[in-house]
Design a protein around this ligand. Structure first.
Ligand SMILES: [Zn+2]
Length: 137
């Protein structure tokens, strides 16, 4: 594993279970125990009914690209991103009905709206395993 120098997510009490599962190769989404609403990103309450009674459900990790953008210039204070450009950030609609933002591991020419993608995981540090999506058949 090469050293990962880019900014990393901050683990909070609401995201701890998500990142722990990612270390085990599982993509988790929150599910409301009151109304059944599923959501991403992890947060303290249901965005549909306001309940604080949230659980977790494992996603299949499969979905399709709703929209995407190609990052061709990085102005953030992380020069390590410079090595990655151009790269693709997409809104991915998981098959479970949840939309999430994610990096897509493909050249911009290979990405299109509606394309099927699947999740994969890459260990960044002993604490954080990042998720990305790549085109699937
Ligand atoms: Zn709810």
């Amino acid at each position: 594993m090469s050293e990962y120098k880019r900014p990393l997510p901050q683990i909070t009490e609401y995201t701890q279970a998500f990142w722990q599962a990612a270390k085990n190769g599982q993509l988790m989404i929150q599910e409301c125990r009151r109304c059944g609403h599923k959501q991403w990103y992890p947060r303290p309450s249901c965005t549909s009914c306001g309940s604080l009674d949230l659980g977790w459900r494992q996603s299949s990790g499969k979905g399709s690209i709703h929209s995407f953008t190609v990052i061709r210039r990085v102005v953030a204070n992380s020069p390590d991103f410079q090595r990655d450009i151009p790269f693709v950030i997409a809104e991915v609609d998981l098959d479970e009905g949840v939309r999430m933002y994610a990096r897509v591991e493909a050249s911009p020419e290979q990405v299109r709206v509606g394309q099927r993608v699947k999740v994969s995981f890459r260990e960044a540090t002993p604490e954080i395993t990042l998720y990305t999506f790549s085109p699937s058949a």
